[in-house]
Design a protein around this ligand. Sequence first.
Ligand SMILES: [Zn+2]
Length: 458
Amino acid sequence: MVQKYWQNCHKEVRVKLKYLVLLFLFVVTTVSLAAPINKLQDVRVWPSPDKYRVVFDLTQQPKFSYFTLQHSDRLVIDFERSKLATTLSKLKFSGRLVKKIRTSKAPKKGMMRIVIELTQAIEPRIFSLPPTGPYGDRLVIDFVKKSSISASTKIKKTVKTSADKKSQNRDIVIAIDAGHGGEDPGSIGASGRYEKHITLGIAKLLAKKINNTPGLKAVLTRKSDYYVGLNRRSEIARKAKTDLLVSIHADAFTSPKPSGASVLVLSMKRANTEIGRFLEKQERYSELLGGVGEIIDSSENEKYLARTLIDMSMGNSMEESYEIGDDILARLKQITNVHNDKLILASLAVLKSPDFPSLMVETGFVSNPQDERKLYNTAHRKKLATAIYLAINQYFKKNPPSGSLYANQRSLIHKVKRGESLSVVAQRYHISITALKKHNALRSNNLRIGQVLKIPLS
Ligand SMILES: [Zn+2]
C-alpha cells in the first residue's frame, strides 16, 4: 500500500517534471528565437571647433531611423528593439550646439526614441561604426558647423562671453619639439655635424616668432642640449595645455643623394593598431588623464575618458594635423626643395598624442652636403622657421580654439560708451585709428554713444 502510494507519487512527479521541462524548453526557445535587445549603454559628446559629435555606445549594430523637427533644431532617432541602459540626465553639454539629449515616447513597443535638442537648426550626419579596438557598436551623429551660420549671432555670443570672462583670452600654445639632444645626436651630417643642433636652432627661431605674436605662446620640449624621452616630450606639451605639437628633425640617409624637406603626420591605419596597444598599457592612461581630465567631469571613469579621447579627439587632431601639415609643406616648397610632394604618413611616438594635433617637419637631409650646408645657414633656418610659423598662425587665425584671444578677436565688436573716442577704442584693441576707420568704413572721426564698431583681426 505504502509502496503503491510512492509509485503513484513518483509517477505524478515524473509527469509534472515532464511538463516543467517542456515549458522550460518552450520559454528558452521563444526567447532565443528573438534577437536580444540592443542596449544603449553610454552617450558621449565632444564639441570641437567645427563639429559637435554625439556617440551612442550600443551592444549591437543599431537599426534606426531618424527625422528632424521644427526647422531641424530637434533630431529624433528611433532605435528598433532597443532600450536605455544608462542615464541621460547626467550628460553635460558645453551649450554651444546640443542643449539636451532625452528619451521620448517610442512609436512602437520595444523601440527606443531618443531626442537631441539643438540650439540651432543644423543637419546631422548619422552613421554607425562597427566594434573596433576598445569599443563596441556605435552610432555617431556629427553636427557640422556651417560657415554660413550668421556672423551676427556669432559676434553677439562672443562679445557676451568675452565681457563675462576676460580671462578667457588665453594664448594658443604651440609645443615645439627639437628632435634628439644630449647623448642622442640624431643623424650625423655629411661633414660630421649633428642633427640635434640643427633641430634646436630652428626650434628656437620658431619659438621666438611665435612668442612675438600676441595670442600665441611657444613651449619648447627641450631648451638646450640634453636628452628628453619621447613620451616625456608629449607629456611636456600636454602639461603646457598645448594646442599643437611640431617636432623638428633633419633626416639622414645611407647615401648622400636624397635631399629636401618633408612633413610627417600620423597615419590612421597604423594609429588604430597603436591605439589598441596604447590602451592596453594602463600606465600611460594616467599621463593622459592628467592632461585632459579637466575637459571631462572628473567623476567619469577612466574607461569613459580613454574611449572619449581615442574616439573623438584622435580624428579631430589628425584632421587638424593634416590641414596644418599641408600648408607647411606648401610654404616649404616656396623656400626649399622638398623630398616628398605630399604629407608622409607615419606611426611615430611623438605624433601619437590623441588630445592635440601633432606633426613632424623634417627640414632636410643632413646626409646631403648641400642640405647640410643650408641647415647650418642662419638665413635658411629663419626661412624654414618662418614657413612653419606662417602656416601655424594662418591655421589658428582661421580655426581659433574657443576661449583664445584669436577666437575673441575674430568676432569682436565694440559698443561705443560715453567719452570714448576713436583713439581710445583703437588703443584698447592695440590697433591703429586708420585700421579701425577702414574696417568700419568711417568717414569722420566722430563717434556716437551706442555706435557699434567692428574690431579688425590683428
Ligand atoms: Zn631626427
